[in-house]
Design a protein around this ligand. Sequence first.
Ligand SMILES: [Cu+2]
Length: 610
Amino acid sequence: MNSFPTPLDSLANRRQFLRYISATGLLATLDGLLPAWAREPAGLATGPAARAPGEPIDLFLRWQDLAFGGRRGRAITLNGTVPGPLLRLREGEDATIRVHNELGEDSSVHWHGILVPFEMDGVPGVSFPGIRAGETFTYRFPVRQSGTYWYHSHSGLQEQLGHYGPLIIDPAEPEPYRYDREYVVMLSDWTFENPYKVLAKLKKLSAYYNFQQRTVGDFFRDMSEDGLALTVKERLAWGNMRMSPTDIADITGYTYTYLVNGLAPGDNWTGLFAPGERVRLRLINAATMSYFNVRIPGLPMTVVQADGQDVQPVETDELQIAVAETFDVIVHPREDRAYTLFAEAMDRSGFGRGTLAPRPGMTAPVPGLRERPLRTMVDMGMDMSAMGSMRGMEMGGGKMPSGAADHGDHPGQMTGMAMGEGEQACVPGMTPCTGPEVGRHGPDTHGPGNTSVARVQRDRLGEPGTGLEQVGHRVLVYTDLRRLADDFDERPADREMELHLTGNMERYMWSFDGKKFSEVQGPIKFNYGERLRLTMVNDTMMEHPIHLHGMWMELENGHGRRIPRKHTISVKPAERLSVLIAVDAPGRWAFHCHLLYHMDMGMFRVVRVS
Ligand SMILES: [Cu+2]
């Protein structure tokens, strides 16, 4: 186990790999551009690093052909692979990373979640001019943290083309948990379509990839169960929002192949273990647009890190990982059998799949895709008390007709009707549990760039996420996360700021406070040295994974000194949440939704700290 890959040896490894796969006959089925770390079945070496601290790392960006599932495409590779090589740094070292751009177009590398001087943050037009075609940019920064992170392009839609890879920082002090083996599990979404064509289709018809629209048959079934007036009213409400209850993801398995460590489900990335070992899985969602619900049937997962930061261990059976988040989990398989690592796309239009097994070639059953979830009246930020009284009038008494309770296949559908009964009503098989109302929307509807407001804003930090309300096993929620370190900054907030997540789904416009990035004058101003409370309200009906560069967001999830630090926070539909920020990093920083096409369409701001 002396061979964990470094960028320096990955070209040599690539040649070894080609020899290996041609010798084993794998080339016919698997012609992916797999990095060494993803093909190492025994896991990453946990011994001393092969690279001396401070020794420079070289990354070469190139176009290369790739093929899987019988199709060929063109990808951006880093040192010849997709995903890119594993960069393994050490807390306390001064990193030097030379990025050689051989793409023939501008590019960049951003170190996601890493606290660096802003000139090294890698966002063209914000922190530096970008890396011109044919040029080399040398990143230099002190490594002041540890944990699981990743890196990716911050130029155009290059990330969709394969420009991403894992980044691990080994801590200076021993970690407070024990494991025998570790793997990176990097989830992503690949399309053979040109990403700019994907975007053009979304702009022309936002539901282009979404074939899960409800049908006329659904309408009549709703009508017979709910009554005509309510059904029509509900449909009108959806129409006014320019949304459909089936809008879970903008881009779906119709075009996406969901990858685990660069491998399609049929190619089955496999990590080996010896029964009884503890295995650390470093889950990274490097998808551009896809949330995943991750589970390993038969194997509980103990979450020990979120976004690279140690948390008090919490055991769970499933977790939702938003785009750009990371979770580190430790599993403890004791049996001599294989386990499927199942990463179901949140909209359930497809899945990524891998296997943990004692020996190569073993597999475990692959679960079926579960029933697709639907958006609810809670997601719309509807006023339930008004809905309740309306129902009362139309249905004569406000009680559910007995037939309506039989909605087990579409659990979300009845939410609007049932919620009038009580804020946190949670009727198994009928309504999802939802958090309490914590705010109401003011009169500002954010102008023409926004089509909906969350009239009723809820605290949804205790909710497991879309589609996971009633899965019958444990699911990680944000309120489970407590930081391990006792290093909370006690200062009260000097200043409060409120920002609304807004959009127009039909025109595929995404924004903050109703304004696209191209429409705003100047940056958001943070004051150097202040303690800031930033409140975010999601007026849209989709989750948005909001990412702040350069500084942690401390998610106010009710745990006092133990609130977790995150670089990316998924804000649920109609949710109101707040974060504390110690504004200690001068410079210009990006702040944006990490759904790539939302960012590109304008859900982006520059934060200036001065
Ligand atoms: Cu977004």
